[in-house]
Design a protein around this ligand. Structure first.
Ligand code: LIP
Length: 273
C-alpha cells in the first residue's frame, strides 16, 4: 500500500472510530440513564425468551440517526431491524443493546456494540459498557484500547487452569445441545462464566479477564466489534478449524489455548445443535 493510500486509510479509520465512539457513548448514556423503572418486554423474536425492549429500539434509532447524519452514504445492519445497503462500501454492524436480558432484569453486564466493515472486514469496533464505566475500542492493525489504555489478552494457561466464558441460545433444542458441550468442558477447565453479553465476553478475553470464550448462535452484530477487539488485543478468534468466527461457532483465546479449545469443541460438535 503506498504511503498516500496508507494515510487515506488511516484517516478513514480515524473518522469511522470517532463516529462509533460518539454513537456508542450517546446510546450508552440513554440506556443507563433512561431505563424505565417498569421496563417490560416490547416484543419477542426467535422464541418467547428472545426479548426486545423499548430501549433496544430507542438505542438503535439514536445510533442509526447519528451515523446517517455524519455518514449518509454508509450501509447499516442493526439487530432491531435497521438495514440499508449504502453506496460508500462501508457498512455499520450494530447491536444497540447486547445483553438485553441482563438489561431487562437490571443486571449490569450489557453493552452497546458498533462496528464498521468494508468488503466483509471489520475496520473499527467499539463496545461501550456503561455500568462498568468502560469503553473498548479497536482499529484493524491499530491495536485495542480499554478506556484509552492498551489491552492485551492473558498468556495461555494450561487447559485445566483456563477460565472460559460461553453463552446459550434462545431455543430449547440448541440450549440442550450447548448444555452437553459445557457438561464435558466443566471438569476439564478452571471454571465457566456465562455473563450474558457476547460483546463484553469477547472484550474480556482481550483484556485478560477471561482466558477464552466460545459460543454457537451469535449474530453478526453480537460479535463484530468484540471479535476485532479480541484479535487486536493478541487473541486468536475463529469458528470451526479454518473458519472465521460466525453464528456457527465463535471461539476466542490466546495462541496456545485457542488451538486445543477449538479442537475439543470440534470433537464435541459444538458447532451444531
Ligand atoms: C446475547 C449475546 C449472548 C448470548 C445471548 C444473547 P442479545 O445477545 O450477547 O452472548 O448468550 O443468548 O444472544 O440478544 O442480548 O443481543
Amino acid at each position: 500500500m503506498s504511503p498516500s493510500t496508507e494515510s487515506q486509510a488511516a484517516g478513514e479509520h480515524a473518522e469511522l472510530l470517532a463516529v462509533a465512539l460518539e454513537a456508542a457513548r450517546r446510546a450508552g448514556a440513554l440506556l443507563r440513564d433512561g431505563r424505565p423503572a417498569d421496563l417490560g418486554v416490547a416484543a419477542t423474536k426467535s422464541s418467547p425468551i428472545d426479548v426486545v425492549t423499548e430501549m433496544d429500539i430507542a438505542a438503535e434509532k439514536l445510533i442509526t440517526s447519528h451515523i446517517a447524519r455524519l455518514r449518509p452514504d454508509d450501509g447499516v445492519l442493526g439487530e432491531e431491524g435497521a438495514s440499508s445497503e449504502g453506496t460508500s462500501g462501508i457498512r455499520w454492524v450494530i447491536d444497540p443493546l447486547d445483553g438485553t436480558v441482563n438489561y431487562l432484569y437490571g443486571l449490569p453486564s450489557w453493552a452497546v456494540s458498533i462496528a464498521a466493515e468494508k468488503d466483509g472486514r471489520t475496520l473499527v469496533g467499539v463496545v461501550e459498557a456503561p455500568m462498568r464505566g468502560e469503553t473498548y475500542q479497536a482499529v484493524l492493525g491499530g491495536g485495542a484500547l480499554v478506556n484509552g489504555r492498551p489491552a492485551r489478552c492473558r498468556p495461555a494457561p494450561d487447559f485445566a487452569h483456563a477460565l472460559v466464558g460461553t453463552g446459550f441460545g434462545y431455543l430449547s433444542q440448541r440450549r440442550a445441545a450447548q448444555a452437553e458441550v459445557v457438561r464435558t468442558l466443566v471438569p476439564r477447565v478452571r471454571d465457566i462464566r456465562r455473563a450474558g453479553s457476547a460483546a463484553i465476553d469477547l472484550c474480556d478475553v482481550g483484556c485478560g479477564r477471561l482466558d477464552a470464550y466460545y459460543e454457537r448462535g451469535l449474530n453478526p452484530w453480537d460479535l463484530a466489534a468484540g471479535d476485532l477487539f479480541a484479535r487486536e488485543a493478541g487473541a486468536l478468534t475463529g469458528g470451526r478449524p479454518g473458519e472465521p468466527a460466525s453464528g456457527e461457532l465463535t471461539v476466542a483465546a490466546p495462541p496456545g489455548l485457542f488451538e486445543p479449545l477449538q479442537g475439543l469443541l470440534e470433537e464435541l460438535g459444538a458447532w451444531h445443535d
